[in-house]
Design a protein around this ligand. Structure first.
Ligand code: ARG
Length: 378
């Protein structure tokens, strides 16, 4: 695909020179080649392809080929360390005289040391291997431990919505699922799968606080996102949710792309509008340029569409507020979307619409604290 592009590797480039973010100008041909010519790395960002001996990360960053399979993650989503053969063999093969120079060695050691100081991520990884096996229209039943971030939001003995545990005492859900005046009525059920066959270790939590996005629009579903802070038990400083694992909050809208396969889950209605009693899940594809399905109603930056070409798998009434999760190459699970709306359910011409969580990274971290949701917090 990219060799077709001769110029304009970097979307911020003009014809013959590139204006770095730090104000410097460099020749166009030096952009997207894995070398930090600007000094601020801006010539290696937003690339559509990479020149010379460099490798294109999914995030649009070009890294030198020699960083591939060097035992360290250089692409933010780690694909430079995927499919590597014997690490040491490749490492030596990649070494050249220049790299063994003292200065470079020192810089590498320093880079490694700085990386080692990054806080370790504690989200999106299940403690044990997931069961082999999808509410969801066309979904399949979940097994214990499959969706440790999934919560049910109960109001008056009914599950109206799902939610997503994102760490600490915090649950992410849809704004249309909650209202601030009803904060005392909500029960948040974690480790819960089946209505009629409740697991012993269900934990029921009450809500302490509800934060609804200040620009939520109930007519258009724009900014359909809210946070629930759970009440701590008496004498407890932290929220203890023994069998729950937080889903990671995506920090960049480029982490996942159209056609990536992701998963939805919930207790919502089935195709024939039947009620379901157990948590169901299904796999859906992210769908690009969704305005063609919803002209004038789809807001590209704030929403994400997902579904199957034949509409066979979809979220439905009752799934709202629940997760659309995607896994990166390292099998880390991110909450990419919050079930928000859709015309009918399971119709190929009307995919499900989700709140695009990556776009609310700043909003979420403002309320819950950046250190709680990201390893990239420095
Ligand atoms: N608004 C619905 C709810 O409150 C979710 C609808 C999702 N619809 C869809 N076709 N994906 O549960």
């Amino acid at each position: 695909m990219w060799p077709v592009l001769t110029l304009d590797f970097n979307i911020f480039s003009t014809n013959d020179s590139f204006h770095c973010v730090n104000g410097k100008y460099i020749p166009q041909r030096k952009t997207c080649n894995g070398v930090n010519d600007c000094g601020d790395q801006s010539d290696e960002l937003c690339c559509k392809g990479c020149r010379g001996k460099s490798f294109l990360c999914k995030s649009g960053v070009c890294i030198p080929n020699k960083y591939k399979c060097n035992g360290e993650m250089d692409c933010i989503t780690g694909e430079d360390e995927i499919g590597c053969k014997e690490k040491t063999e490749l490492l030596t093969a990649n070494m050249n005289a220049e790299e063994t120079e003292f200065l470079t060695a020192n810089m590498n050691a320093e880079r490694k040391w700085i990386k080692s100081l990054l806080p370790k991520l504690s989200c999106g990884v299940k403690p044990r291997l997931p069961a082999r096996r999808k509410r969801v229209i066309g979904g399949r039943p979940a097994e214990v431990g499959d969706f440790p971030w999934q919560v049910a939001i109960k109001e008056n003995e009914k599950i109206n919505c799902g939610g997503i545990y994102i760490g600490g005492c915090w649950i992410l859900t849809a704004a249309h699922c909650v209202s601030i005046s009803k904060v005392h009525r909500y029960q948040i059920w974690t480790s819960f799968l089946h209505w009629l066959r409740p697991e012993d270790d269900i934990i029921v939590q009450l809500a302490k606080q509800i934060i609804i996005h200040e620009n939520y629009n109930g007519k258009t579903y724009e900014n359909d996102i809210a946070l629930i802070e759970l009440k701590r038990r008496p004498n407890q400083k932290e929220c203890v949710l023994p069998n729950s694992v937080p889903a990671c909050v995506p920090w960049s809208p480029y982490l996942f792309q159209p056609n990536d396969r992701c998963t939805i889950s919930g207790w919502g209605r089935e195709k024939d509008n039947q009620k379901v009693y157990s948590l169901h899940w299904g796999e859906v594809n992210l769908i690009g340029n969704c305005s063609r399905f919803y002209p004038g109603r789809y807001f590209e930056k704030k929403m994400e569409c997902a579904g199957m070409d034949d509409g066979s798998i979809d979220a439905c009434q009752g799934d709202s507020g629940g997760p659309l999760v995607c896994k990166d190459v390292n099998n880390v699970t991110y909450v990419w979307g919050v079930v928000s709306w859709g015309e009918n359910c399971g119709k190929s011409e009307f995919p499900g619409v989700y709140t695009k969580v990556a776009n609310y990274f700043d909003w979420i971290s403002h309320h819950i604290g950046r250190s709680l949701i990201s390893q990239y917090n420095i």
